[in-house]
Design a protein around this ligand. Structure first.
Ligand code: TEU
Length: 510
């Protein structure tokens, strides 16, 4: 498989996917035991959230050693076995590279603290007089180190000191990390908050694009990435900047979060909620699709381990809406990323106040945040263990590390697998279609103007009959748009003269 041409990537959050040893925490052997399921589903790559040695202040996004596996998840033998077993099923593994920062327990940081003049002295961002700048997890960005007698910079928690990307040696070390994993057989990288490597702390500027571009280019040039899928998490980049990086060969696709922020008050951060408006979903997706209509590609996703379930946030847990969103997304141009549990319509569920564990959420609540916002946007809601549904202990025979009190009746793999009309089967059909259909993979995107409750677009390749994707974004019954031919896939089993609530399908266009 050519990793750059992958059709669907499945995101596994290892802590919550499958536990194999009864400690209540998912692990690598658990992922291995579910590979047959993923192969049945038809995905071609797994994005594995961090499994490296970590003290776990931010669930693995505080890495203490990039080339060792945390015992919570297993061993390097388990990792090798996962890569091997996945490859045997035509599935690649994409590693999550947390390049912007390390753990405060990483050897580089410990040395940097102790020995300013030593080899690692300049690996982090140190200063004597800190400025006032807020971190993403609340509080300031500078913490005093009594050992070094200086302040260090952290975009996230104090336990996550930022690396100094201006230091060529840092880029070399990170390139060595990439080379280590390429050698072990992984097929892609997802670069965590990669736009932040181009920040300018003196000017309090999160992103200096020319700087970021130069650092990333330098990193990627040190490794043969020609057959790897390179994904960047970079909420701060404009479409033009992304196209520049794609032309450089530095990134294949980028995660942008404009769609995820549709239920937020603009510019007020993630916790200030605003009512969701379907018409804005359409205009936002359309803007991003147009930007890459001919050249380049988008990343396509609804959820991830930071973004709780959109069907809960936008559509009141309605399963029909989940089906519509699936069809809508898999018709678009780009690479779809499916987050574990989305294929069975997992919801945000209910988490008791004392059960919240995420550092961002706990900081927010401590600072007087509201539970209403947390129930919508708190990251724990995206991390509830996978609903396998073969009995109450299907995720773990022990007590799950995070518990949900919500009854997800019927929204699990076992139930949906035996129902051919289920959301799970619809996802399987869509994934298969994307693998084989050239128009869905490569076709240009073109919006068909309609009323705002309806999203209709075309996928086109010259000389071929175009495809039409139709999605009713509302719960109203609407007139059928014109030009709908034979359907390739649909949320409904039988066709009707009118578009039913949340009906969506992909068909030939005449
Ligand atoms: O997320 C980056 C990021 O933008 C988040 O901090 C985002 O602001 C927040 O999660 C929204 O709720 C990445 C990882 O995906 C996340 O899990 C890490 O916590 C973060 O980087 C730091 O490594």
């Amino acid at each position: 498989m050519d990793a750059k041409q992958v059709s669907t990537v499945y995101q596994v959050y290892p802590k919550s996917f499958q536990d194999s040893d009864g400690d209540g925490v998912g692990d690598l052997q658990g992922v291995i035991s579910r590979l047959d399921y993923l192969s049945w589903l038809g995905v071609e790559m797994i994005w594995l959230n961090p499994v490296y040695v970590s003290p776990g202040y931010d669930n693995g996004y505080d890495v203490a050693d990039y080339t060792r596996i945390d015992s919570l998840f297993g061993s390097m033998d388990d990792m090798d076995e996962l890569i091997h077993e996945a490859r045997g099923r035509g599935i690649g593994i994409m590693m999550d590279i947390v390049a912007n920062h390390t753990s405060h327990q990483h050897e580089w940081f410990l040395q940097s603290e102790r020995d300013p003049e030593g080899a690692f002295g300049n690996f982090y961002i140190w200063c004597d007089t800190p400025n006032e700048w807020s971190s993403f997890f609340g509080g300031g960005t500078w913490t005093y180190s009594p050992i070094r007698g200086q302040y260090y910079f952290h975009a996230f928690a104090p336990e996550q000191p930022d690396l100094n990307w201006g230091n060529e040696q840092v880029r070399k070390e990170m390139a060595a990390v990439l080379a280590f994993w390429v050698e072990r057989g992984v097929t892609g990288f997802r670069f965590d908050v990669i736009d932040l490597i181009g920040k300018d702390v003196n000017r309090k500027q999160w992103l200096d694009f020319p700087l970021m571009r130069r650092y990333l280019k330098d990193l990627v040039a040190q490794v043969d990435t020609s057959s790897l899928l390179l994904v960047g998490e970079a909420g701060g980049l404009t479409p033009n900047e992304i196209l520049t990086l794609q032309r450089d060969g530095s990134l294949d696709v980028v995660f942008n979060f404009e769609v995820c922020a549709l239920d937020e008050q603009a510019g007020q951060g993630k916790w200030k909620l605003a009512p969701f408006e379907p018409s804005r979903l359409k205009t936002t997706l359309d803007t991003w699709q147009r930007a890459f209509a001919v050249e380049g590609r988008n990343s396509l996703f609804w959820n991830n381990h930071d973004q709780p379930r959109v069907i809960s946030r936008w559509y009141d847990d309605d399963e029909r809406a989940a089906k519509m969103l699936a069809v809508l997304l898999y018709g678009l141009k780009g690479i779809p990323f499916l987050y574990q549990g989305e294929e069975v319509g997992m919801t945000n569920g209910m988490i008791a106040t004392e059960e919240y564990q995420d550092i961002e959420t706990l900081n927010y609540l401590r600072a007087g945040g509201t539970l209403d916002a947390v129930r919508m946007k708190g990251r724990d809601h995206a991390r509830i263990p996978m609903a396998w549904g073969e009995g109450t202990d299907s995720f773990s025979t022990g007590t799950p590390w995070l518990r949900s009190a919500h009854d997800e009746a019927g929204r699990d793999v076992a139930t949906m697998r035996s129902d051919e009309t289920s959301l799970l089967h619809l996802y399987r059909e869509l994934i298969a279609l994307r693998r084989t259909n050239r128009l869905l993979r490569d076709g240009a995107y073109e919006l068909v103007p309609t009323e705002e409750r309806l999203y209709v677009y075309r996928r086109i390749i010259d000389g071929e009959p175009p495809l039409l994707v139709v999605a009713n974004l509302s719960q109203d019954t609407l007139p059928m748009p014109s030009g709908c031919g034979e359907r390739l896939v649909s949320t409904e089993q039988v066709e009707a003269p009118m578009l039913r609530p949340y009906e969506a399908f992909i068909c030939y266009n005449f």
